[in-house]
Design a protein around this ligand. Structure first.
Ligand code: NAD
Length: 444
């Protein structure tokens, strides 16, 4: 059993802390947000993440998972301190490291005996070494410690499963002592034969950006190919399937549509471009992926305009606001620029999402929100499927036709086939599939 302090109780810190407690370790989770810690002590989870409430309650009840706003308390008996605070994108595109460095300073001032300090946040290459300097400078008197980088690859919406059964764990450290302690933390995963990649700190730091950038490139690649497919009468869903059957390529992240969003891919792609610039190595492919992705809301708007001729004064219902299904996270969600474009074009926007309405309302208080897909669509001229939540995969188009004023459906995630939507009397548009698939008279 290892005693762990997890600094930050966001998606990564809370999930990692709860899962490490489930591995049998004793975990103190620390956050500066007093309300968040007070709720967590009551077993209330501050965001929507399937299965996390059970994991937290179970391990808190077993006395292995604790919550505090005091880093002093959290670090008191810890052998390892994980830093899992946010690293948002700054205006210049770089990762904002102020939260990480602030924690580093505090850790330094509180170190009294040997500990391993681990960056779990996604941080640019060189951060752990810089952090070591900050920790050292903040120490009242010299104390030995080691640094490690242990980037996190979990995905919101399936984070518990991702943490408990990861494809791999990456541990970067040059200290044998730290490596031993880190292996002990992940011992239950060794038993599952999870590949553990041991490397130096720089390799671990860059691996996280390399993996996320590659995923972003894959998504932008298929989206660019979708634009071409539309022009030449090819079907991107079939192309993606055929490509994905090649084991060298694989089927994941090959879905054409509104592109990537969320708190990671947009910020991490921008960060690697900055890291490349500072190291005189332009990241041209990633930059192209960012550009392709940025154009997609505009492409959706053009399709909406095609369907309705003009959007001015038209009522548009958005189905799904979260950046992907199974999360209430709207950070860098495509729904945000799309809503702005629709409003700028004079449309009246209505919206529904199973869990992300409260967050979206803070950005768009004047949008009208329905409490079901059909409520949001009532009176609408056009419905746009933005996030492919399961509940939008089986829409009743007769019902939709009954409540809507118009008969237009824009499927930004290629969930439906033309025939099914057209059967409800709808004009239909999607991404990268030919209009000729539509039954006669139902083309775009
Ligand atoms: P988040 O914004 O959800 O949570 C960060 C938490 O840290 C907040 O609760 C905040 O109050 C807390 N915090 C900030 N400063 C603090 C301090 N000084 N002391 C204690 N707590 C403090 O962030 P997140 O989504 O969990 O992401 C954390 C890091 O993990 C980022 O670097 C991110 O890129 C990376 N990451 C995120 C995901 C994901 O899916 N969200 C996946 C992999 C990696």
């Amino acid at each position: 059993m290892i005693r762990i302090c997890m600094v930050g109780t966001g998606y990564v810190g809370l999930v990692s802390g709860a899962c490490m407690a489930d591995f049998g370790h004793e975990v103190w989770c620390v956050d500066i947000l007093e309300d968040r810690i007070a709720s967590l002590r009551q077993g209330d989870i501050p965001f929507y993440e399937p299965g996390l409430d059970i994991m937290v309650k179970k391990n808190a009840a077993a006395g292995r998972l604790h919550f505090t706003t005091s880093l002093t308390k959290g670090m008191e008996s810890a052998e390892v301190v994980f830093i899992a605070v946010q690293t948002p994108m700054s205006d210049s595109g770089e990762a904002d490291l102020s939260y990480v460095m602030q924690v580093g300073k505090q850790i330094g001032s509180l170190l009294r005996g040997y500990k391993v300090v681990v960056t779990k946040s996604t941080v640019p290459v060189g951060t752990a070494r810089q952090l070591a300097g900050i920790i050292r400078a903040a120490m009242p008197r010299p104390v030995p410690f080691d640094m490690a980088s242990n980037p996190e690859f979990l995905r919101e919406g399936s984070s518990i499963e991702d943490f408990m059964r990861p494809d791999r764990v990456v541990i970067g450290t040059e200290s044998e002592r730290a490596a031993r302690i880190m292996s002990e933390i992940y011992r239950p995963l060794y038993l599952l034969d999870t590949p553990i990649v041991n490397c130096n700190i720089e390799t671990a730091e860059l691996t996280k950006y390399a993996a996320n950038s590659f995923l972003a490139v894959k998504i932008s690649f298929i989206n660019e190919m979708a634009s071409l497919a539309e022009k030449v009468g090819a079907d991107i869903t079939v192309i993606a399937k055929a490509m994905g059957l090649d084991r060298r390529i694989g089927p994941k992240f090959l879905h054409a549509g509104l592109g990537f969003g969320g708190s990671c891919l947009p910020k991490d792609t921008n960060a690697i471009v900055s890291i490349g610039q500072s190291n005189d190595t332009p990241m041209r492919i990633v930059r192209a992926a960012i550009e392709v992705n940025a154009e997609l809301p505009q492409r959706a708007l053009a399709k909406a305009q095609d369907l309705l001729s003009s959007l001015n004064g038209k009522i548009v219902a958005l189905l799904g606001l979260a950046f992907k299904p199974n999360t209430d996270d709207i950070r860098s969600a495509a729904s945000i620029p799309l809503t702005r474009l629709l409003l700028d074009a004079g449309a009246v926007v209505r919206a529904y999402d199973p869990v992300a309405i409260a967050q979206f309302r803070e950005l768009f208080p004047d949008v009208t929100y329905g409490d079901t897909a059909y409520a949001a669509a009532t009176g609408a001229d056009l419905c746009i499927l933005v996030t492919e939540w399961n509940e939008f995969r089986q829409l009743d188009f007769q019902h939709l036709a009954g409540v809507m004023r118009g008969r237009a459906f824009l499927d930004c995630r290629n969930v439906y086939d033309h025939a099914r939507v057209a059967a409800g009397g709808f004009r239909y548009a999607c991404f990268g599939r030919p209009a000729s698939d539509a039954p006669p008279g139902e083309g775009r």
